[in-house]
Design a protein around this ligand. Structure first.
Ligand code: HEM
Length: 599
């Protein structure tokens, strides 16, 4: 009941408990039962729910704590294949590497109802969500995925992003040094002397995303420098983008979701009405979520418009030069511009208002950027292969969110694990000192850091940033043993339980990077190669996995070279976690940093 109190505001709770509410729920239950009758005949066990109403009960259980912990308990109790109700929709939970491999390769579509599992999106936010590579289906997905692949999968393009990532990693190290000094100074006044690695890593990953996607310095790694705070190069906008992106993920957690979300899950037949109500009568959480998503989408739109304006100015200049006139602009995309997150339009033309401009690197939105791949790809391509405007905005939105949150969680959890494991930390520092030292990272050097790579792999094993994958069964699927999944059902592959299973990873609760090295692989490595899948699997595997690894490794190298870490007093390890789409530590990851040179 306590969980129900947290989930529903008093008004809705009173309605649900009133005679009309009970009758309505009963009718809904009968219809749901009839609609999903084939599901009820599955021969495998399902998780029961309180009140004899599994489709309400399981939702309450999800909301009562961390959803991942709840499913881990279910896996322990019901085995590697079972079903659980998420509102009126059954989820088939699969925690078996062989089935996961088979099904993720066979099915590429995410569930049509997937957006409803996290929020109630309306208007433009709904359109952007549907067009983004993470959610889209069919041709829209293929077009979107292709531009990601062109920009961040092919080795030559990936290597082209490394100098920018190096700049951001150096910026992160300098920022951490300032933050650690400030924390130490504050500790004299009673602080714990720690920095929150989740927030710091978020500043870094947003900076890296800005550079790779647009060739723009969002200013997030140096937004605590006096010259960045109010000056023309202002980091304020990048910081606002971080805040908006954080909010987008926070509102995906069921306990932070709008009240329309559980209602929509319980009464899917009423979706059009519920969406209308969410749009016209939004509660505070709905308003805040929509505002955060609009802010990110708006930044993406403005960057697209700015690219166009820069391109048009460059072409006009080239034409004027060819005609013997004076060039008025400084090359492709080389105009300066303002991009105001959340309101207003991009304004090209060289004026930079205080605190309102992104700092450009290399003279405008970079030609090697993801933006270039999207926009240039449209020019020569056949009409059906070109991205529409809404798709460009949606892919930019996806890049900003996917690139920011997942890598930040991975880096912060890696820092926490290293802080709690001094031996692993010392071995990492020794490898970085001997292989890289203070040199800038190159693709060759990155390939010579097996222990650094293993540290990341092990951290992603214990704490995958996205703890589950989703697919829709496009036909009836026979799972064996009399378990048949009906067409249209949601398949949920539970990465977290696979990667923390004792059968698949001996001593699964221990941080042992050597299980990913030849020295430990036999005894400690995965019993099935598909059991390690933090980036997913099959055709919809994370398209950013190589970029993410590069971003994380670059940061780890700079951090290990410069600092030693220990957990802040009172920082629990493992920390309490919360799951929405991603799974992140509640209250961040507080770590005390000491300069190795000083030590
Ligand atoms: C440590 C960092 C990251 C982790 C753990 C991670 C994890 C994942 C996972 C588990 C999926 C779902 C895969 C599936 O369903 O099989 C995914 C999809 C995706 N990720 Fe990542 N990701 C990370 C970083 C990034 C970065 C930096 C980008 C940058 C663009 C990115 C872009 C995407 C996109 C676009 C998809 C959707 C792919 C599709 O549906 O075709 N990710 N990611």
């Amino acid at each position: 009941m306590e969980a129900l109190d947290r989930l529903l505001p008093a008004g809705v709770r009173n309605f649900v408990c009133s005679p009309i509410g009970v009758v309505l729920l009963g009718v809904c239950a009968v219809f749901t039962w009839l609609g999903w009758y084939p599901v009820t005949r599955w021969k495998y066990r399902r998780v029961p729910g309180p009140f004899g109403l599994p489709f309400l009960g399981n939702l309450v259980d999800f909301a009562a704590g961390d959803g991942t912990d709840y499913l881990l308990r279910c896996v322990a109790k019901y085995g590697s294949v079972f079903k659980v109700w998420f509102g009126a929709r059954p989820w088939v939970i699969i925690s078996d590497p062989v089935l996961m491999r088979k099904l993720t390769y066979r099915y590429t579509a995410r569930p049509a109802a997937m957006p409803e599992y996290g929020h109630v999106l309306t208007g433009h936010n709904h359109e952007v969500d549907q067009a983004g590579a993470f959610v889209a289906a069919g041709e829209v997905w293929r077009r979107g995925r292709r531009v990601f692949e062109a920009s961040i999968i092919h080795p030559a393009n990936l290597a082209g992003h490394l100098p920018a990532i190096n700049r951001c990693a150096d910026g992160l190290a300098a920022r951490l040094s300032r933050r650690a000094a400030a924390a130490r100074a504050a500790a004299g006044g009673g602080g714990d002397g720690a920095v929150d690695m989740l927030a710091e890593a978020g500043a870094y990953t947003m900076a890296a995303v800005g550079e790779v996607a647009y060739g723009i310095d969002f200013g997030t790694v140096d937004d605590d420098l006096p010259q960045a705070q109010g000056g023309a190069q202002g980091g304020g906008l990048g910081a606002r983008l971080v805040a908006a992106s954080n909010a987008c993920f926070r509102y995906l957690q069921i306990e932070n979701a709008t009240v329309y979300m559980p209602l929509n899950l319980m009464f899917p037949a009423l979706t059009p009405l519920i969406r209308w109500m969410a749009h016209h009568l939004p509660d505070a959480k709905q308003k805040a979520n929509m505002a955060a998503r609009s802010a990110v989408a708006d930044a993406s739109r403005q960057l697209m418009e700015r690219w166009r304006e820069g391109k048009a100015a460059a072409e006009a200049a080239a034409a004027a030069a060819a005609a013997g006139g004076e060039a008025g602009a400084d090359g492709a995309g080389g105009v300066t511009a303002q991009v105001q997150v959340g309101s207003g339009k991009a304004a090209a033309g060289g004026k930079a208002a205080a605190g309102a401009a992104f700092r450009e690197v290399g003279g405008g939105i970079a030609g090697s950027s993801f933006m270039a791949a999207m926009m240039e790809g449209r020019r020569g391509a056949k009409a059906e292969e070109r991205l529409s405007d809404i798709e460009v905005i949606a892919q930019g939105f996806t890049f900003l969110l996917a690139g920011f949150e997942t890598s930040a969680i991975a880096l912060s959890m890696t820092s926490g694990l290293l802080a709690a494991n001094p031996a692993a930390q010392a071995r990492l520092a020794a490898e970085v000192d001997s292989v890289v030292g203070d040199r800038p990272l190159t693709p060759e050097l990155l390939g010579q850091l097996p222990y650094t790579e293993a540290v990341l792999q092990e951290a992603l094993r214990m704490y995958p940033s996205l703890p589950f994958l989703m697919r829709e069964a496009r036909e009836e699927v026979d799972l064996g043993g009399g378990k048949v999944v009906p067409k249209g059902a949601t398949l949920v592959f539970h990465i977290q339980s696979l990667q923390t299973s004792e059968q698949l990873f001996p001593h699964a609760d221990r941080f042992l990077p050597e299980r990913f090295l030849p020295e430990g692989g036999g005894a400690l490595g995965p019993a099935d190669p598909s059991a390690w899948a933090p980036f997913g699997m099959g055709a919809r595997m994370c398209v950013g996995h190589k970029l993410a690894t590069m971003i994380a490794k670059a940061a780890l190298v700079r951090m290990a070279r410069r600092f030693s870490f220990r957990l802040a007093p009172g920082q629990p390890m493992p920390p309490p976690m919360r799951t929405g789409l991603s799974r992140s530590p509640v209250g961040g990851m507080r770590v005390v940093l000491e300069e190795r040179a000083a030590a």
